[in-house]
Design a protein around this ligand. Structure first.
Ligand code: UDP
Length: 535
């Protein structure tokens, strides 16, 4: 492997001199360790000590210069999972003069993106924590292009789907373990450290029970752009064809025990072909090919459901939950399907019939076994009808229940599908516009007093500037009127560009009036500057 850097594009002597003279330079974004990404010139890594090294010289820069706060608790998160204490990044400091006494550094000429993968054996984690954040971190920095070198520092082996990481750049990603083969001291000529968290939508329950992130910043558009990028790299093109339903099955645990019956019921109910896929029986590429043309995806809750991001717009996602699991509390795939612009229909079904579940108390704890627990605790778990809210990741009751096999009760299954799915929508969804109105222009008010207890307030405005270039089905205006000094206001939805208010308008009173435009019921524009109107 060390051959790989031997046709070095940079001149070794020059690089060594630059490192000795200028030392390391670091400039970061972000106020906190949880939102920080740092760019380095000449960040080094000592493979024996397994430490990154910052070389100080007269020309080195460290911004932010946090002093000892750099350790409280860290400079930054190396994975996209927020503030996880096994994923922190920091470096050791040395004077550049110490280089004279150290092994000759090996320079990495490529622009590197240095990060931790969070759990590269689990497909959901691979997409949500690694691939999407890497892809959009690379979009953020223009020198992280197709020639960029990904460097994975979490210390795992390649993992189950390393090929997916390979799609993100033309260079082979490096694992921590491989760095040793390059020598004792490696120096990254240019590197970025850390990942954008902008694209993640789910928190796994380390500090509070799992659920959607509080402030989701990604929409279906960015997910679909990323999915298209991957499909292009995989040479998958979506073929037009008949409608079909995909049942994504697991084959080692969390099984659907009456799969044949379920397939038959789906085929009859929707008059469609059904196909099954599993990660054990198909290549990942062929699964994506199949899912990208499907009308409906049916699957037990589990990481394989992340592939729903490849479904066409309008398709349905049907997630099955084993006995005693409340679907409302485990919503990574529901949240994904429900992102604005994702345009997927989502349905959850849960097994409520205890006689239809098969438990595995004798398995190892990490596959949901409970025989290692005290007798009383085992009995409590067996008697419980729903797993109470819990934190990640080793709750035995949760693991016991989530690894059950299930016979799907066809009647109740079809019932929730009939209740929730809008049939005409299947696969036909159009891309809804996401263009928001601008501010209404030239807002004005006029007032008149009719009598001692009667007044009028007329408000008018011009259309937002961008409206004349748009075809919008429904344009409405919202007007808020507040009597000065009061803390409530009256809201009105109006179809035209002017209106005269007389109800609830008092003489010799000051009103504050806000106006904004609304496209198609839910695309809200900004309010224009407040109008101050005295009757
Ligand atoms: N997996 C699979 N078939 C199985 C069981 C698991 O393909 O029968 C995959 C699953 O999709 C995930 C990984 O193995 O990528 C780990 O599964 P686990 O049950 O630990 O996680 P979960 O699916 O609950 O997130």
């Amino acid at each position: 492997q060390s051959q790989e850097f031997s046709q070095v594009r940079i001149d070794y002597h020059g690089a060594l001199l630059a490192l000795q003279e200028h030392g390391t330079r670091m400039v970061c974004t972000g106020k906190m360790h949880t939102d920080r990404i740092c760019r380095f010139d000449y960040l080094c890594y000592c493979t024996e000590a397994e430490e990154f090294v910052f070389f100080h010289s007269n020309a080195s820069v460290m911004l932010p210069n946090l002093g000892p706060r750099r350790f409280q608790p860290a400079l930054l998160d190396l994975s996209s999972v927020e503030d996880h204490n096994t994923q922190y990044f920091n470096f050791l400091e040395l004077p550049a003069a110490a280089l004279k006494f150290m092994p000759k550094p090996v320079f990495v000429p490529d622009v590197a993106l240095i990060l931790n993968r969070f759990n590269p054996d689990n497909l959901m984690h691979i997409f949500h924590d690694d691939l999407l954040p890497i892809y959009y971190t690379m979009q953020q920095y223009s020198d992280l292009d197709d020639e960029a070198r990904l460097v994975f520092m979490e210390g795992w082996g390649e993992g189950a789907h390393f090929d997916l990481y390979r799609l993100l750049s033309s260079k082979q990603p490096l694992l921590k373990e491989q760095l040793k083969t390059f020598g004792k001291l490696m120096c990254f000529t240019k590197s970025y450290v850390g990942l954008s968290k902008m694209t993640t939508w789910y928190q796994y329950g380390f500090v509070q029970p799992q659920g959607p992130k509080a402030n989701i910043l990604i929409s279906g558009n960015e997910i679909r752009q990323f999915a298209s990028f991957l499909m292009e790299r995989l040479n998958i093109t979506q073929e037009e064809g008949d409608d079909y339903i995909v049942v994504f099955k697991r084959t080692t645990n969390r099984l659907i025990l009456n799969e044949a019956e379920l397939l038959l019921a789906l085929a009859q109910e929707f008059q469609m072909r059904t196909v099954t896929v599993s990660l054990e029986e198909q290549s990942f590429d062929s699964i994506i090919q199949i899912i990208s043309g499907a009308t409906m995806l049916v699957s037990m809750h589990g990481a394989q459901m992340i592939t729903s991001m490849f479904l066409p717009r309008g398709a349905a996602v049907v997630e099955l939950f084993p006995y005693a699991i409340n679907p409302e509390q485990y919503t990574p795939y529901k949240t994904l399907a429900s992102l604005p612009g994702m345009d997927l229909q989502y349905v959850a079904w849960r097994n409520t019939m205890e006689e239809n579940t098969v438990t595995y108390p004798d398995r190892p704890w990490d596959q949901g076994g409970i025989v290692h627990l005290e007798k009383e605790e085992q009995e409590r778990i067996l008697a419980s009808k729903e797993v109470p809210r819990h934190l990640c990741c080793r709750n035995p009751e949760w693991l016991f229940r989530i690894y059950q096999d299930t016979t799907v009760d066809i009647a109740s299954f079809l019932e929730v599908l009939r209740e929730t799915l809008k049939k005409p929508n299947l696969k036909k969804a159009k891309v809804a516009s996401t263009v928001h109105p601008g501010r209404v222009r030239e807002p004005k008010c006029q007032t008149s007093v009719q009598a001692t207890n009667e007044a009028k307030l007329s408000v008018s405005w011009q259309i937002p500037w961008n409206l004349k270039y748009l075809k919008v089905k429904e344009v409405k205006y919202e007007v808020w009127i507040q009597e000065q000094g009061e803390n409530t206001y009256m809201p009105y939805i109006l179809p035209h560009q002017n209106y005269t208010f007389s109800e609830n308008i008092k003489p010799f009173t000051t009103y504050l009036v806000w106006v904004r435009c609304i496209f198609n019921k839910n695309l809200l524009g900004p309010f224009a500057d407040v109008l101050i109107c005295k009757t």
